[in-house]
Design a protein around this ligand. Structure first.
Ligand code: ATP
Ligand code: MG
Length: 477
């Protein structure tokens, strides 16, 4: 393909005055026009002086109207400056004829004819000028479009990203060398044959496909810019294998951290249940037995009873801690019972009224989705308790077809979620919520208005996901 000329390199069109004062002296037709004018004027003078030579053949003198021929041609060839310049030049040549005394009988006609010629020169010249300007603009726009198109084609040919052009029937009408190297000769083939029958054009843009060569490609579908009659689209494939494997590694790492954390929580919950909790319960039983032992005074019995109650209180706190670490209801009964128990527990503490509403379902979801949802609500409730000073907190669970929607709304003091975190702050709750949602292919949106309250919304897809080991059930304290 030849390199297109850059339209900005083209000489700028000259202005009217410039073209008028600097006629195209190097142009042959310019001299033919001037010569014709000279011949007509000379003939006119000759016939004026020798009227008998052509009497009866030509009207007296040569009619000025004949001048319309060179002037019109000048207009056609050089536009308004051509017609005006030629008319002015003719007037100069004709001037002596109008002034000479021998010229009897037709100076009036000549003047009238000249007036007509000047009008014709101006009107015709202007018209031609307008058309020339319009044409020049069109030519320049076309040249620019051609240059852009040529640039695009160079890019199309040389880019390392495969690109195919699709016609209205979703057939490949063109493919660049990179696309041909990836798919083989595909021109003329339906796209479905290139990418597989399940490909839906409407949802293609932005999708990432793993192709037969094992690489991941992000697809981008745009309308072709240079087609007017037929709608064509360009489908480009950006190799994102490296980027995706980085992402996968980062996601795997994040998942391992989350799994590790859950594992530690589970282990700690089990150990709290198996060791100190049992010890406190055992201690409480022993203290109870002791209180009823022979020889124990009433005062000692009362003291033993108080100590027993303290042991029971410690056991209750440990149980609550273990439940917080890993609620057994979550694995055994599912998300809704686990959240009901969490909500009831926080509600009992009396700092705020907590409500739980469930729409749709409730159904059992994949263990990792239930756990992720539970942790997000748990952290939102904990934040509302610790930071919001809220009166009411509403938890809404919506089991929709497209996924699980969670909403935790508090009417507390709110905060600025976009404010930069305090340097060195160890706040990980919100980050953890987002990370959990991301690992599940979902999203957390947080909206908060100082003085009004905070809304945490999460959407977690509940469809088939990457396999993820189900957590082992936690002990029931
Ligand atoms: N519901 C809320 N109302 C008011 N402020 C909130 C709310 N939720 C979060 N915040 C603010 O956002 C900050 C960050 O919350 P985040 O949960 O990430 O950390 P944290 O609760 O301080 O610590 P942790 O890592 O233990 O969760 C909080 O310190 C608090 O200032
Ligand atoms: Mg927090």
């Amino acid at each position: 393909m030849t390199a297109p000329t850059d339209p900005s390199d083209a000489p700028r069109p000259r202005g009217l005055v410039d073209r008028l004062v600097r006629p195209p002296l190097a142009d042959g037709p310019f001299w033919i026009i001037q010569g014709t004018v000279l011949v007509i004027v000379a003939l006119h003078y000759f016939l004026d002086v020798h009227p008998d030579v052509a009497s009866g053949v030509l009207p007296s003198g040569l009619p000025v109207a004949v001048l319309v021929v060179p002037i019109g041609y000048a207009a056609l060839r050089y536009g308004l400056p051509g017609s005006l310049g030629t008319t002015a030049w003719t007037l100069v040549l004709w001037l002596p004829d109008l002034l000479l005394p021998h010229n009897e009988g037709h100076p009036g006609d000549d003047l009238l004819n000249f007036a007509v010629i000047v009008v014709v020169a101006v009107v015709f010249g202007r018209r031609v000028e307008t058309e020339r300007t319009t044409q020049a603009r069109i030519d320049s726009a076309n040249a620019r479009a051609l240059a852009v198109e040529a640039g695009y084609h160079r890019l199309f040919e040389s880019t390392r990203s495969p690109i195919v052009v699709l016609d209205e029937d979703v057939r490949v009408s063109d493919a660049n060398p990179a696309a041909t190297a990836l798919f083989g000769p595909v021109t003329g083939q339906p796209l479905a044959r290139v990418l597989g029958p399940d490909v839906d054009l409407a949802s293609l843009s932005g999708r990432v496909l793993t192709l037969e060569n094992g690489h991941d490609y992000r697809l981008d579908l745009v309308d072709m810019p240079f087609d007017s009659d037929e709608r064509r689209q360009q489908l480009s494939f950006e190799d994102v294998t490296e980027e995706r494997s980085e992402e996968r590694r980062a996601r795997l790492f994040a998942r391992q951290i989350v799994d590790l954390e859950e594992d530690q929580r589970r282990r700690l919950a089990r150990e709290l249940h198996d060791e100190p909790l049992q010890l406190f319960l055992h201690l409480a039983r022993r203290l109870e037995l002791l209180a009823h032992h022979e020889g124990v005074t009433e005062k000692m019995a009362a003291e033993l009873e108080r100590t027993r109650n303290q042991a029971l209180e410690a056991a209750t706190r440990l149980r609550s801690l273990a439940r917080d670490l890993r609620p057994p209801a979550l694995d055994q009964l599912g998300l809704v019972p686990a959240l009901s128990s969490l909500v009831a527990e926080i509600d009992d503490q009396g700092e705020a009224t907590i409500s739980l509403a469930v729409h749709g379902g409730p159904t059992r979801l994949a263990p990792e989705v239930e756990l992720g949802a539970f942790r997000i609500v748990q952290e939102s409730l904990r934040n509302a308790q610790r930071h919001a000073d809220a009166h009411h907190v509403d938890v809404v669970l919506d089991f929709a077809d497209e996924g699980l929607h969670l909403r935790v709304v508090d009417d507390g003091r709110g905060f600025d979620p976009h404010a930069a975190p305090v340097t060195g702050s160890a706040s990980l709750g919100l980050v953890g919520m987002r990370e959990r949602a991301r690992l599940l292919g979902g999203i957390v949106v947080l909206r908060s208005t100082p003085g009004i309250g905070t809304v945490v919304e999460a959407t977690l897809p509940t469809g088939a996901r990457e396999s993820h080991p189900a957590p082992a059930p936690a002990p029931g304290p």
